[in-house]
Design a protein around this ligand. Structure first.
Ligand SMILES: [Zn+2]
Ligand SMILES: [Zn+2]
Length: 264
């Protein structure tokens, strides 16, 4: 029996431990992927600590920002081939019949199986994944660089996609962390003015390099008059950031709340 090393969570009080496990067999709709890189998302910490109301199913291999190479194909897999590089995201499988699944919004499906939370994740040498939810990648792309796009990148892109419209030219981004700094880069395709606010000088410097107009919260508060924005996205789990974003919106503007606060 071929085995693999995997980070396994069996008990919230023990944390994750490295174990040797059998390499899984792909089911008909699955591919077997040899993992090259697996990003660490804050959700992994929530899984490991069991800190969300909806607990992960144990034992669990966390990880949902996976990049790897297909080593085996299930009998019903189409559109993918052996040795293909793929991205494995958070949404591992959904019901495929509800109104969300039928309209391309399967990330809202109530019956979704999340990678590294409900089904085995990517913090292992191998994993299996449903071919209908993985994405093909260019052969030469750097696995480490691209792995965070499987969760942080898709979250940022979906936010920008929902906020973009012909009427929306100015975007306010509250929080330039792992997701917010990617949102700036996607937003440059759709918005002519991007304002980014963050208390961290390092993050503000990065946001400026990425092309945003930047402010610390203090600078923004003292700005008079403040520009009104067409759309705002809050990536900081902070009620003050939410209030600040709402106050900055023009009449009829759009607000996206992305961060999960303690009192969600
Ligand atoms: Zn994540
Ligand atoms: Zn569904």
């Amino acid at each position: 029996m071929r085995t693999m090393r995997a980070a396994v969570l069996r008990d919230f009080s023990l944390g994750i431990q490295l174990e040797d496990l059998p390499i899984p067999e792909p089911k008909p709709n699955q591919v077997l992927v040899r993992i090259l890189a697996s990003g660490i998302c804050h959700t992994d910490l929530h899984a490991i600590h069991g800190s969300w109301d909806k607990k992960p199913i144990l034992p669990l291999i966390p990880g949902h920002e996976g990049v790897g190479i297909i080593e085996a194909l299930g009998s019903k897999v189409t559109g993918f081939s052996l040795d293909q590089k793929v991205l494995i995201p958070w949404v591992g499988r959904t019901c495929r019949t509800c109104s969300f699944c039928s309209s391309g919004n399967e990330n809202y499906c109530d019956r979704q199986f999340n990678t590294g939370y409900v089904i085995p994740g990517t913090h292992a040498e191998y994993t299996t994944a449903d071919f209908r939810y993985i994405l093909p990648l260019p052969k030469d792309i750097d696995p480490v660089q691209v792995a965070p796009l499987a969760c942080a990148g898709l979250t940022a892109f979906e936010t920008v996609k929902k906020l973009r419209s012909n009427d929306n030219k100015t975007l306010l981004i509250m929080g330039v962390g792992g997701v917010g700094h990617l949102a700036i880069q996607y937003a440059k395709e759709f918005f002519t003015r991007i304002i980014a606010i963050d208390p961290s000088a390092i993050r503000i410097a990065q946001a400026k390099l990425l092309g945003a107009e930047t402010y610390s919260p203090e600078e923004w508060l003292s700005l008079n008059p403040k520009p009104l924005v067409d759309a705002a996205a809050v990536f900081a789990a902070d009620p003050i950031a939410v209030t600040g974003a709402m106050n900055a919106l023009r009449n009829g503007g759009t607000l996206a709340l992305v961060a999960l606060g303690k009192n969600k």
